[in-house]
Design a protein around this ligand. Structure first.
Ligand SMILES: Cc1ncc(COP(=O)(O)O)c(C=O)c1O
Length: 281
């Protein structure tokens, strides 16, 4: 597998970073996960813009505008230009010693890494819908930045897996914020609701696209916090994310949502998303 590291395309086993890298030492970096279909990067401009925003949020100087071209070469050279793949981008504040919390001297090169891997759509799960559990949101106050500091997300997802469900829903002060790696949507009284863009959620690319598709389809959406107490009123619920697309949620903490089957609005939005991402025909 060929990967990209600091300007060079190298074999995965030869890609080495310093033990002084601030990504390793402090989790001082940002990332993106993008999808490709038949060699086309999906929503790539939005991913570049979000990476720019995350970099600016951490005051890391780097322009990611070359990463799409880098990604296309990774897809080609790794025989991923057909079918589905994911592409990972990560930028850290670079390597600096001795270890010190404050930023390293100006001019310290950032570390830039990109890789591509094959991807199998989670379609079987979409057919049945998935279960979720509610957990306290233990993340920091800038969840809107896509940083590699993912420990609360990692621990939450592990609890979900241990509970035999697909995703953990993170709640703060009685409000459902989002999933550990997805945005959360619910339908109450025929109205789709999702948390507004604040510092407490990641501004998901799929969330944004799904909101636009809902508007085109005439599906009413309110960007409004959803309370844990609202759960019994949900007639339908779903998650959005780069690897989840639109994923119906059929249970929260073992309690069925609606009739316990994937709902019609999730189905319509998923079809619209697939239509938007139809490549090469
Ligand atoms: C915490 C969190 N929320 C939401 C999302 C969904 O974002 P996107 O649709 O851009 O993949 C992700 C994706 O990784 C995430 O980590």
């Amino acid at each position: 597998m060929l990967v990209y590291l600091n300007g060079a395309f190298v074999d995965h086993v030869d890609a080495k970073i310093s033990v002084d890298d601030r990504g390793f030492i402090f989790g001082d970096g940002v990332y993106e996960v993008t999808r490709s279909r038949d060699g086309v990067l999906l929503e790539v401009d939005r991913h570049v813009r979000r990476l720019e925003r995350s970099l600016a949020g951490l005051d890391i100087s780097f322009s990611p505008t070359d990463l799409p071209a880098v990604s296309l070469r990774l897809l080609r050279e790794n025989n991923l230009a057909r079918g589905e793949a994911t592409v990972y981008w990560q930028v850290t504040r670079g390597a600096a010693a001795p270890r010190a919390h404050q930023f390293p001297p100006a001019g310290t090169p950032v570390t830039v890494y990109a890789s591509a891997g094959s991807f199998t759509s989670l379609h079987e799960k979409r057919v049945t819908g998935v279960g979720t559990i509610l957990l306290p949101d233990q993340r920091w106050a800038r969840c809107d930045l896509k940083t590699v500091n993912l420990l609360p997300n990692v621990l939450a997802k592990q609890k979900a897996v241990a509970a035999g469900v697909h995703e953990a829903l993170l709640m703060r002060d009685g409000v459902i914020m989002e999933g550990a790696a997805t945005n959360f949507f619910g339908v109450i009284d025929g109205m789709v609701r999702t948390h507004p863009k604040t510092n407490n959620i990641l501004p998901g690319i799929t969330r944004e696209v799904v909101l636009e598709l809902a508007a085109e389809l005439g599906i009413a959406v309110r960007e409004e916090p959803m309370l844990v107490d609202d759960i019994p009123r949900l007639t339908e619920s779903f998650l959005t994310g780069t690897t989840n697309d639109v994923m119906p949620v059929v249970a929260i903490d073992g309690r069925p949502i609606g009739d316990g089957r994937p709902g019609p609005i999730a189905g319509r939005l998923y079809s619209a998303l697939m239509n938007r991402w139809r490549v090469g025909d």
